[in-house]
Design a protein around this ligand. Sequence first.
Ligand SMILES: Cc1cc2nc3c(=O)[nH]c(=O)nc-3n(C[C@H](O)[C@H](O)[C@H](O)COP(=O)(O)OP(=O)(O)OC[C@H]3O[C@@H](n4cnc5c(N)ncnc54)[C@H](O)[C@@H]3O)c2cc1C
Length: 381
Amino acid sequence: MRAIIIGAGIAGLATALRLHQIGWDTLIVERAPQRRGGGYAVTFGGIGYDAAERLGIVDDLRAKAFDTTELVYHKSDGSRRFALDRATIAATTGPRSITILRGDLEVVLYERVHDRTEIRFGTTLTAVDQDDHAVRVTLSDGTIEEGDLLIGADGLHSATRALLFGPEEDFLLDLEHKVAVFMLDRRPASIAPGATGTLSSNGRTAAVISIPDGRNVAFFGYRTDHARPGEDVGTELKRVYGDLGWVIPEALAGLARAESVYFDTISQVVAPSWSKGRVVLLGDAAWCVTLFAGYGSSLAVGGADRLGTELAAHPGDIPAALAAWEAAIRPEAERKQKLGRRVKGVYAPANPLVLWLSLLPLRLAALPPVRRYMTRRFIKG
Ligand SMILES: Cc1cc2nc3c(=O)[nH]c(=O)nc-3n(C[C@H](O)[C@H](O)[C@H](O)COP(=O)(O)OP(=O)(O)OC[C@H]3O[C@@H](n4cnc5c(N)ncnc54)[C@H](O)[C@@H]3O)c2cc1C
């Protein structure tokens, strides 16, 4: 059996790894000329962690995971509002969860799978044709590839979805925020090594994450009523954050030296069905939950793992496997989408009282008795 996978992100690489486990051949088609590294910190747990155990990658992930020594919330003048220490942060996430850079999660998957699959970089799909026996995909390098299954793991702006299911605007639910993320080549002096500093003011959030190995990530997330269509990332960030102090001028200066920047609107993908015959969407292409839910990488790996399980359980019957897979994953994806929509309402609120209330659970978590309670709850499972 052979699968053609569009996209070498977390979803695509995890799918190739899982399908290899059940004896399938895979071809991955990636539009970028080479592997895209970098990225922000993701919390990886839930069905993703369970899947990572089955995929045998937990030790590799843990080797690249990091603990945040302190999470400091700042006021808009840069002074400290309050802080969570390492133990409190660990108690809020639980033991079966890690914090890892998105790019490092991708590296772990790539290292495990790259010699078991062909990855064709700098290539995309231009046409798809399928019947009861096979799916044929025309690629931008002029070749035609045939397989038993086509998997669209090509992210939020999926070309597979546009070709097979319809135009993007039919599926994207705009959550009215934008995000920019890039690596900083030096740590701002006021961020302690291993700490994360964050500030929320008038519909804008900024954060700088110092990774204990010396890397640093800058994050900017803001409501789209601050944005202007067509503005480039540098101009927009300067206009939106230019009045704020703290480490923000330093982080904005770092953008000019950054190798790459992730800059997009925050949108969910709401699709009534994730498959059509021998074509299936997986990961953000199918169900993007957004960073408001903080679970996209976990769902991508969990979804990839379950797809392999269902394909193995329904040999020779791809539509039945895809139906069973969607029935298993959709409730979790929809729960996380609901959570993402709720969080949007309290993310970077413009109203100072709403901001204070939204931070209240974290302030409480920092109190030793609450932290001890949470730790006990997680240890009991
Ligand atoms: C700021 C931010 C913070 C986040 N925080 C978290 C978090 O805390 N926890 C968490 O679990 N998740 C988080 N996520 C989400 C997470 O990164 C993704 O949901 C997850 O990585 C799943 O990605 P994917 O592989 O489906 O898509 P992507 O990572 O978008 O990968 C898609 C791949 O397909 C390629 N591609 C795109 N178009 C084509 C094409 N036409 N042809 C060929 N290839 C193509 C792309 O180059 C890319 O390599 C966050 C996301 C953002 C933006």
